[in-house]
Design a protein around this ligand. Structure first.
Ligand code: COI
Length: 319
């Protein structure tokens, strides 16, 4: 608990959190929206600070047609997970990393951000209010989706005058329809997701709309997803639409370095630490398509995808 003036009010307008078991087939969970009981919202005017966060029943939000997020894409999101342990305790995976990443992204997108402490308290309150939606141990996790959006009205291009921090949650299982079986990636040579100096290194909403076209075309051809190349030399790996990529050769593991065009994944960071602990040599460096094609193993990491093995890579029609 904090005694600072920025402490979040987490009391809910509802007197008690529903405890009855939810009617859900935990074995059939994929990665799709399942509506839960509560969401968390907190507002901030420009120049002010976030305060008076509250839990409210999950539902639609009202927003001005001229909101900054709708007109100019002034928005960020995060993704993290809560797990239920056998002993009934709930675990959050490195939530302070998401809090600091949101603060960094907010700086790039000219938005105020909740403090780390506010973020953590809000996440905990939202998870506890939706506890009955956390899958039983081994059946999946509760995906937590914090949003930060310019909800104030603007017409001329400028930062919005008001911001909303919102968290909703949904129980999830595996991200890819392949489950934990290997996925098939298409190396995209025409479209790019980011450029130097752009916003590829922050979790802004526009980065994700930008990949839909290439991803859709690849899926229509039977691929699981698309691997993007850097937009300058078009020879170095960047990331997959929703995750980071790792290439294994013997005792070395390589992954593209963080230089502003790829997302600094939290699972990515954890895997680098674990691999080093286990004696692998890990390089964060430019990784060429040739290294990818000659790899012994390839895998992807992300909050949603966790660690997904890659079964095939197709580049310029060759597999
Ligand atoms: C996550 O892994 O949490 C992400 O944000 C990826 C998203 C596209 C599902």
């Amino acid at each position: 608990a904090t005694s600072s003036a920025r402490a979040v009010r987490v009391d809910s307008p509802i007197s008690s959190v529903p405890k009855e078991a939810v009617d859900i087939d935990w074995d059939a969970l994929g990665f799709g929206m399942v509506q839960t009981d509560y969401m968390y919202t907190m507002k901030c005017s420009i120049g002010g600070s976030f305060a008076n966060g509250e839990l409210v029943p999950f539902g639609n939000i009202e927003i001005s047609p001229s909101a900054g997020v709708l007109n100019y894409g002034q928005g960020l999101f995060e993704g993290l997970k809560a797990y239920k342990k056998e002993d009934g305790n709930i675990l959050l995976f490195r939530p302070e990393e998401n809090a600091t990443r949101m603060m960094m992204g907010a700086e790039r997108m000219c938005m105020p951000s909740p403090s780390v402490d506010q973020f953590l308290q809000a996440v905990k309150a939202t998870v506890l209010a939706n506890e009955r939606w956390i899958p039983p141990p081994g059946k999946g996790s509760l995906y937590i989706r914090p949003l930060l959006m310019g909800t104030g009205s603007v017409l001329g291009l400028a930062p919005a005058p008001e911001y909303t921090f919102l968290i909703y949650v949904a129980p999830v299982g595996n991200y890819f329809k392949e489950g934990l079986s290997p996925i098939n990636l298409l190396v995209e040579t025409g479209m790019h997701r980011a450029c130097p100096g752009g916003t590829g290194g922050v979790k802004t909403i526009g980065n994700y709309a930008a990949v839909l076209k290439a991803q859709g075309e690849a899926k229509a051809k039977g691929f699981s997803d698309v691997l993007y190349l850097n937009s300058v030399q078009k020879q170095y790996l960047e990331e997959v639409s929703s995750c980071n990529i790792f290439v294994v050769k013997g005792n070395t593991i390589s992954t593209p370095q963080i230089e502003g065009t790829i997302l600094p994944g939290i699972t990515r960071k954890s895997i680098i630490d674990m691999a080093r602990d286990q004696g692998f040599e890990v390089f964060e460096k430019p990784v060429t398509v040739d290294e990818l094609l000659e790899a012994d193993e390839v895998f992807c990491t992300g909050t949603a995808v966790v660690v997904s093995p890659v079964g095939s890579v197709t580049y310029l029609g060759k597999r």
